[in-house]
Design a protein around this ligand. Structure first.
Ligand SMILES: *Cc1c(COP(=O)(O)O)cnc(C)c1O
Length: 386
């Protein structure tokens, strides 16, 4: 089976992990700040807080921004459940902004309209979590203007997008957001096995997230509040978690970061080639805009002839899987999930995401995908559509 995504591990990556295994540190140690420095260097952000998953990063990002009971967070339905769950972890309420089927991303006009009516009802969100679907940035400039006007915070869920660019700068520089989150799951652009990071230019947010990543505990004498004195003393100042990244993972991440440009270049070349190979097929290709470069986590096509029930998509999916092509579907709208249905969401509420879902098919894309494999993917898709 040709998988839809796969990590690329080099001999140098393996050597970096082995070196860590032979060192004094297995849990968070010197490799974590090394990895964080590489993330800052690649994005231009001032601070990186590496943690054990993007889900953890989203959770502590929401907490650092003060999200709690009585607050509201908005994200898109066309995402992995973690983009919404992070707000529920904080006791906040979640709602969704529909996507623009042309960009596969949050529809900025829908956002503006929803904000106007939310303001009238006194139900404005405290945090907005736009998701850079497939690695293609949302309209962050427009979102930042709305954030200033309506007074909400912005967390970019850039789980797909490290190595991408927007408006002349790297995704993750936080020019238009408070915090930007990356995932290092093996199917994503860069991997640490499991892992994530939160980028920010705000030192207070960085400090709050560092505290939350490790039990809310500090060893910094300058901020001690209690009566205990001695070099063994640590103090708990917040209800934090054990979200630390291991040094084993960070060593792999630091080594992978040296290959970020190579990964994105390979993914881009394969995406360009898909665009050409699919030229004569009745499928919508992923969006391209001159002011942004995708990191190409996903190459998701839109089966234009498909129905809203997804019958054609199901047929194409099963045909391709049976032929050894590991296509996938991103995403079942979050509000379709039984857990979210139980919170009161209904089918039909976010038609952009629902129409997209019924037609969406993710083709295999990863740095070591060969042109032969890619030809097989397209030939199999043609058969399935015939
Ligand atoms: C993968 C992913 C996450 C979660 O990442 P983990 O590192 O697995 O926790 C969150 N949001 C989106 C959009 C993702 O694709």
């Amino acid at each position: 089976m040709i998988p839809y995504g796969r990590q690329s591990i080099s001999d140098d990556d393996i050597a970096a992990v082995i070196e860590t295994l032979k060192s004094d540190w297995l849990t968070q140690g010197p490799a974590v700040p090394r990895f964080e420095a590489a993330l800052c260097a690649a994005t231009g952000a001032d601070h990186a807080v590496a943690v054990n998953s993007a889900t953890s990063a989203l959770h502590i990002a929401c907490l650092a921004l003060g999200l709690g009971p009585g607050d509201i967070a908005w994200t898109v339905p066309n995402t992995f459940v973690a983009s919404a769950n992070c707000a529920l972890y904080c006791g906040a309420t979640v709602d969704f902004v529909d996507i623009d089927p042309a960009s596969y991303n949050m529809d900025t006009a829908a956002l503006e309209a929803k904000l106007a009516s939310a303001e009238a009802q006194g139900r404005l969100p405290k945090v907005l979590i736009p998701v850079h679907f497939g690695g293609h940035s949302c309209d962050m400039k427009e979102i930042a203007v709305l954030a200033a006007r309506y007074g909400f915070h912005v967390i970019e869920d850039a789980s797909h997008a490290i190595g991408g660019a927007y408006d002349g700068g790297p995704v993750g520089d936080c020019r238009y957001s408070d915090i930007c989150v990356f995932s290092f799951h093996p199917v994503k652009i860069v991997t640490t096995g499991e892992g994530g990071a939160a980028m920010t230019n705000d030192p207070a947010l960085a400090e709050a997230m560092r505290l939350l990543r490790s039990h809310g505990i500090t060893r910094d004498l300058a901020v001690m509040r209690g009566d205990e004195r001695g070099s063994w003393v640590y103090e708990q100042h917040a209800l934090g978690f054990n979200y630390r990244m291991t040094d084993i993972a960070a060593a792999l991440g630091a080594s992978q970061m040296k290959r970020l440009d190579e990964f994105v270049a390979k993914r881009t070349a394969l995406a360009d080639r898909y665009d050409v190979l699919l030229g004569n097929l009745p499928v919508g290709r992923p969006p391209r805009r001159t002011d942004r470069n995708s990191a190409w986590h996903l190459y998701a096509i839109n089966l234009e002839a498909a129905d809203d029930n997804g019958t054609l998509r199901a047929h194409v999916f099963e045909h391709m899987r049976a032929a050894g092509v590991g296509v996938n579907v991103h995403y079942i709208p979050v509000h379709f999930q039984p857990y979210y249905r139980a919170l009161g969401f209904r089918h039909g509420e976010f038609p952009g995401a629902e129409k997209f879902y019924a037609r969406a098919l993710t083709l295999p894309l990863f740095p070591d995908l060969t042109p032969d494999d890619q030809d097989k993917v397209v030939a199999t898709l043609k058969e399935a559509l015939a």
